[in-house]
Design a protein around this ligand. Structure first.
Ligand SMILES: [Fe+2]
Ligand SMILES: [Fe+2]
Length: 248
């Protein structure tokens, strides 16, 4: 049915940013030609205008439909305004009706804070979009920077959404099929009810935990199954999970 490329935590501007990795990832994705590429935040390290300009140069070379949302690092130093100014292709939802998919992007960042919050206005927006997608029998993907369910092997939990419980309830009630996040730089997949929650690692930085490596995910969605594949920038490929795709 569809292929999704999920890239996160570029951290352009960080000392640990590796531009050659980002170029490699973008080249691979363009070659793969997925139906959509989703960037789940921390595109920059500090939210500086110049960093966003650099990010824009990179993501302008992505050939596929794209949805980019901000992370906590992007909201530093009034970066939330720079994000809106420069990341032109940012949008809240992306309808891929020919593929039967709707992507709903949420901004979970708060200015100058590391923790995340979706907030009631966006929660209502998401509920409305999920209902509309359900009415049109679309596959429903939610993208946000902060994880909603804690991620293993990431130390003490500090940055889960402050309204995680409410958002999780709306996601499950709204029958979302797939939720994509970043933030912890730790690839992982949870399944709750019939919703798959996939977090991606950092695609192009060495801000790594333990023995993890820079990576991104691709997701193959078909009528019967969903498969999440971790792709290391060193060429390593690991199937993170494969589930029956029943929630439609
Ligand atoms: Fe990050
Ligand atoms: Fe983050």
């Amino acid at each position: 049915m569809a292929v999704v490329a999920h890239i996160s935590d570029l951290h352009v501007g960080a000392l640990a940013f590796r531009p050659e990795l980002l170029v490699k990832v973008i080249n691979e994705v363009n070659e793969m030609n997925p139906d959509v590429t989703i960037l789940t935040g921390d595109l920059t390290e500090n939210g500086y205008y110049m960093e966003f300009e650099k990010v824009a140069e990179y993501i302008d070379t992505i050939d596929t439909p794209l949805l980019a949302i901000p992370g906590n690092h992007d909201a530093r130093h009034v970066g939330d305004q720079c994000f809106s100014d420069i990341i032109k292709r940012r949008c809240r939802t992306l309808d891929l009706k020919d593929k039967g998919i709707k992507v709903i992007g949420l901004d979970s960042s708060e200015p100058d804070l590391d923790y995340g919050k979706v907030g009631r206005a966006q929660q209502e927006f998401m509920e409305k979009e999920l209902k509309e997608a359900q009415d049109h029998d679309l596959y429903k993907i939610i993208a946000l920077h902060h994880h909603i369910i804690p991620v293993p092997k990431t130390g003490r939990e500090r940055n889960v959404l402050s309204d995680a419980g409410d958002i999780l309830q709306s996601i499950i009630d709204g029958g979302a099929n797939l939720v994509l996040s970043g933030h912890k730089h730790m690839p992982h997949v949870w399944m709750m009810g019939e919703t798959t929650f996939a977090t991606a690692g950092t695609a192009s930085s060495l801000k790594l935990r333990g023995k993890t490596f820079p990576s991104y995910n691709t997701i193959n969605i078909d009528e019967d199954t969903i498969e999440i594949i971790l792709r290391g920038t060193d060429g390593k490929q690991i199937t993170l999970a494969k589930y029956d795709n029943t929630c439609r």
